[in-house]
Design a protein around this ligand. Structure first.
Ligand code: C2O
Ligand code: CU
Ligand code: CU
Length: 477
């Protein structure tokens, strides 16, 4: 919806309608890319990853001379990079030190038991600690992440700084170690000239918060130096609340090797990537020409309500400097990465219809973000399923915006997309936990839950999740 007929979007009493009053700060660019700090394993014995994550207030220096109050895990935003291995047990003590707010840690995309997944039904009170414990099964290697999921506060806690990458490493990794392994976590910062982070406006709650600056590992347009001929393994994370990232490398060749839930069967060359909120992609990028090879954004129209649609084309997110000096010869990427078994014939099918509603009442305009006509209710089970059943889920977007669909507890396989009566198969088989469902589009996917318990499914524009675009799947043993 580009305009709202009959409605004055610019001046509701009592609401800051958008970015008009906000004077954005300029951020320094071109610093050397920081590696994410690694979360240290304190277990001291093989087979176990044990650590502590404390969520609490911290201060960031985005702009010289100005302190910005943020939320951070162990003092950093993005949070520390967690690297664990298939077959390991994970025990992470979570300390919630966010004043006056409950929180949780949700292990986005990971195959953890329902009671360990940081559901909104299992809050950790302000000041309290809890242990999250789970095993990383064989075959679970992939690019996951972690973030809070408390009822009604997820969007704020994430945009204030709480999100981190969780990489599960394979026992036998077919990707040459010479490519390195670099996580690039994209977050979206809105920062005022005085160094403060403005709260969400009504425009933000409708569209999801889109900020002023896309950051990579907490930096604006940092610089990465590589030698000519080098290949780099890059894991891209969209950890923004609501920013769609359509990405391309200039002057470098991009190959997709993995999705949300780990490696593909075989590498696939790509000119561009659309990464909707919460999606991840694993790339091998070949830098064969000297000069600048930058990661930039292309225009993408994801649907927008009201003023302030962000112009996303042409932002440089990362500047790669390719030197004249050639790199040491790099081993080639293998032709096969790993097998992916198709999920097979479903025995159950379900249909989830996403809609937006709008109503005027004396208090102003009220938006509804609904699944099958309902807003989220923590006390209601929406779907009952059986562990081990293969199900076909049809996600129908009848709304005016794209909605990235996410399901907890498992990885699924997209089988088909339909738009304007045209069917399209995905170009390759992939494990996914989040998939964009564009306006007017239907996405069909196969899914199977192996572990019993309550699982969330929702739009990963966090403001939409918060406004009700979420449901509960009860998996029974
Ligand atoms: Cu990334 Cu329900 O979450
Ligand atoms: Cu999740
Ligand atoms: Cu949405």
């Amino acid at each position: 919806m580009d305009s709202m007929p009959g409605m004055d979007m610019s001046g509701h009493a009592g609401h800051d309608m958008g970015a008009m009053a906000h004077a954005p700060a300029a951020l320094p660019e071109g610093e050397a890319l920081r590696e994410l700090p690694l979360l240290a394993n304190e277990a001291g014995r093989p087979g176990l990853f044990r650590a502590r994550l404390t969520a609490g207030p911290a201060t960031a220096r985005f702009v010289e001379g100005k302190d910005t109050p943020i939320l951070a895990y162990n003092g950093t935003s993005p949070g520390p990079l967690i690297e664990a291995h298939e077959g390991e047990r994970v025990e992470i003590t979570f300390a919630n030190r966010i004043a006056g707010e409950q929180s949780t840690i949700h292990w986005h995309g990971m195959p953890v038991p329902a009671g360990q997944d940081g559901n909104p039904m299992d809050p950790v009170a302000a000041g309290a600690d809890r242990v999250y414990a789970f095993d990383l099964p064989e075959g679970s290697a992939g690019s996951y992440w972690y973030h809070p999921h408390p009822h009604g506060r997820t969007a704020e806690q994430v945009y204030r700084g709480l999100a981190g990458a969780f990489i599960v490493k394979a026992k036998a990794d077919p990707v040459p170690a010479a490519y390195g392994d670099t996580a690039l976590v994209f977050t979206d910062l809105r920062l005022s000239a005085d160094g403060s982070m403005p709260e969400n406006t009504m425009i933000d709650t409708m569209n999801g918060r889109v900020g002023d600056h896309v950051l990579v590992n907490g930096q604006k347009n940092p610089k990465l130096a590589v030698a000519m001929g080098a290949k780099q393994r890059l894991r891209l994370y969209n950890a923004t609340n609501a920013r769609f990232l359509r990405l391309a490398f200039a002057n470098a060749a991009m190959t997709v090797i993995g999705s949300d839930g780990g490696l593909l069967e075989a590498p696939v060359a790509a000119d561009e990537i659309l990464l909707s909120p919460a999606e991840r992609v694993e790339l091998v990028v070949a830098f064969d020409r000297p000069g600048a090879a930058s990661l930039t954004t292309l225009a993408y129209d994801r649907g927008w309500m009201g003023p302030g649609r962000p112009a996303d084309a042409g932002l440089t997110l990362l500047t790669v400097d390719v030197s004249d000096a050639p790199a040491e010869a790099m081993p080639p990427l293998p032709e096969r990465l790993r097998p992916i078994a198709p999920l097979g014939t479903p025995t159950v099918s379900r249909r989830l219809v996403f809609t937006e509603t709008m109503a005027m009442n004396p208090a102003g305009m009220e938006m509804g973000f609904l699944i099958n006509g309902k807003a989220f209710d923590m006390a209601r089970v929406d779907i009952v399923a059986r562990a081990g059943d293969t199900e076909l889920w049809e996600i129908v977007n009848q709304a005016d915006m794209d909605h990235p669909f996410h399901l907890h507890g498992t990885q699924f396989q997209v089988v088909e997309r339909e738009r304007d009566g045209k069917l399209a198969k995905p170009p390759y088989l992939a494990w996914k936990d989040t998939v964009n469902v564009a306006r007017g589009e239907t996405v069909r996917l196969l899914t199977r839950q192996e572990r019993p318990g309550a699982r969330m499914y929702h739009c990963h524009i966090l403001e939409h999740e918060q406004l009700g675009m979420m449901g509960i799947l009860d998996v029974q043993a």
